[in-house]
Ligand binder design. Structure first.
Ligand SMILES: [Zn+2]
Ligand SMILES: [Zn+2]
Length: 262
């Protein structure tokens, strides 16, 4: 107790002269206990706000009005009960995810997981899963990248909330071509049969973790595999939710990226 108090005082003194650097912009800042991002970068992580779809977190283009289930979720209800996203796949969060996913900046796992956890606590504070399961990469992709970004986030969430993480439950059997540029139907065809469970479940509540959600095809198929193999309830947590270009009614996103290049 004495030592921890002494450590805190020494650290505070040290930070005064050598402030930690923001993991994104490298500006010196007084880090908050919950984030390694500076206030400016944190404010650039835009939250998903109402109105949006409670099932898939898709934001609507309209101004005002309450949340309601989107057309896609009405026509084809997903096997996940709800979705929470740390923010929109735009600006700072998009930049952070690119660095986390493609540039090997795995130290971003903790601050990104904290953002996601905060959104989860805001959306469904009483919902506690029995198991956290990341969307898997195909082994070939895993060999190229050397890490699964969804697993890093799942591990951080599990460690912080003391919930078991099972990285071997959901596996990817088939290599799939990159999803960008495909229609929803083509994405579904591309991914159908690509996922399987290594063991059946017995009614567990599962929190499925992915990095970016655009059309949601990957998450839908993973949730379907979990539900049809005994999961009691599935919810989805993603780092970022991309908007859909509802003006054109097409399965394109504002940035034209990226789900499935996972
Ligand atoms: Zn910053
Ligand atoms: Zn929806």
């Amino acid at each position: 107790m004495i030592w921890s108090g002494l450590y805190a005082e020494v650290k505070e003194c040290f930070d005064l002269f050598f402030p930690p650097l923001c993991l994104l912009c490298h500006a010196p800042h007084r880090a908050s206990p919950d984030s390694s991002f500076c206030p400016r970068c944190l404010s650039g992580c835009l939250p998903v706000t109402s109105p949006c779809c409670p099932r898939c977190a898709l934001p609507f283009a309209t101004i005002g009005g309450g949340d309601h289930v989107c057309g896609e979720c009405l026509l084809h209800p997903p096997d996940f009960a709800w979705t929470v996203a740390a923010g929109l796949y735009e600006e700072t969060l998009r930049h952070a995810i690119h660095r986390f996913k493609f540039d090997g900046s795995i130290a971003l796992d903790r601050p990104l997981a904290r953002l996601l956890e905060a959104a989860w606590q805001h959306t469904a504070p009483a919902w506690i899963p029995d198991l956290i399961v990341p969307v898997p990469l195909h082994p070939r992709r895993l060999c190229q990248r050397t890490y699964n970004q969804a697993l890093l986030i799942a591990r951080e969430l599990g460690r912080h909330r003391q919930i078991p993480v099972d990285p071997c439950l959901l596996v990817r059997n088939l290599p799939t071509v990159a999803q960008a540029g495909l229609t929803a139907r083509e994405r579904h065809r591309n991914l159908r049969g690509a996922f399987a469970l290594t063991r059946p479940l017995a009614g567990e509540k599962v929190l499925l973790i992915d990095d970016v959600m655009t059309t949601g095809t990957t998450a839908r198929i993973c949730a379907s595999v979990l539900s049809s193999n005994g999961a009691g309830e599935v919810a989805l947590a993603v780092l970022a939710r991309a908007r859909r270009n509802s003006m054109l009614g097409l399965e394109t996103t504002l940035r034209g990226e990226i789900e499935g290049i996972s």
